[in-house]
Design a protein around this ligand. Structure first.
Ligand SMILES: [Zn+2]
Length: 274
């Protein structure tokens, strides 16, 4: 499943290749993915120029010059890619194709169909049901040790599910929550209100560093963003604890443990993390 770094990488790839292009034609090959694609979407996009591409949480926001914003979520298996020419034949799960003025095609492919393509006027964006109520971006200045400490101080729940709650901070998924807790030496089951100010600082910094390092490793896939059929969204990053059950901890060699928290697998080192 694409997490924040993968979505950020997709946004960077799009910025390199589609800004300033006009959408000539929208071909919806399937009108219903996770939710229906709005009927108005093709006519709102056709003839409009792509001004900006932004990321909010795990949504790709494509701002057009007519104040419309296309909102794309990759779901479990979605890819948003750019081909240099219209393909002779679309692939099975190519659900939407956006033909651009320079002959390129922006393509949305999603075998499992948990992705979303929708849109709204820019002025309505912050109240859009999918975006309203989202917490701060983890890489922004709004998210820091002080914010995290204050958040934790009044909550008894374990720290890891708290970090994954989009109300409090967006885009820290299961993988990067486990990794950041490991690098800040914080036990995932630790009650949030037992986290000290110093620990909260360390954890906030680890979250940022872990995400940035993953975004960096996505950077190497960007050179080939066009015609890559979306590999940029699914780069392999090296993890310390995630999916490493039984393997030796890189710090102390103790076997990495796996538990389930709030229905999600959590990986940690019982010796290094307190
Ligand atoms: Zn260890």
């Amino acid at each position: 499943m694409p997490e924040l770094p993968e979505v950020e990488t997709v946004c960077r790839g799009l910025r390199q290749s589609v800004l300033g292009r006009r959408v000539e034609q929208v071909e919806l090959r399937r009108r219903h993915i996770r939710v229906p694609i709005p009927d108005e979407l093709p006519e709102r996009l056709e003839g409009a120029v792509i001004l900006r591409v932004e990321r909010r949480a795990k949504y790709v926001l494509i701002y057009m010059d007519n104040d419309y914003v296309m909102i794309v979520h990759l779901g479990m298996s979605g890819r948003l890619m750019v081909l240099s020419v219209i393909p002779d034949e679309y692939a099975k799960h190519d659900h939407a194709a956006f033909i651009l003025s320079d002959g390129q095609v922006m393509l949305f492919n999603d075998p499992r169909r948990f992705g979303v393509i929708t849109g709204c006027d820019a002025r309505d964006l912050q109240h859009h049901p999918m975006l309203a109520g989202l917490g701060p971006e983890p890489l922004s200045d709004d998210f820091d040790g002080e914010y995290l400490y204050n958040l934790c101080a009044s909550r008894k729940q374990p720290i890891k599910p708290l970090l994954m709650d989009q109300k409090w901070v967006v885009g820290v998924g299961n993988i990067y929550a486990s990794e950041a807790l490991f690098s800040s030496k914080t036990l995932p089951e630790r009650p949030a209100n037992s986290v000290s100010r110093k620990q909260a600082n360390l954890l906030a910094d680890s979250i940022k560093a872990t995400l940035l390092s993953a975004i960096d490793s996505g950077g190497s896939t960007l050179r080939n963003y066009v015609d890559s059929r979306g590999e940029a969204g699914y780069f392999q990053h090296r993890f310390f604890v995630y999916d490493k059950e039984g393997e030796g901890c890189v710090v102390c060699s103790c076997p990495i443990k796996r538990i389930v928290q709030a229905g999600r697998a959590t990986y940690f080192c019982a010796k290094c993390q307190k």
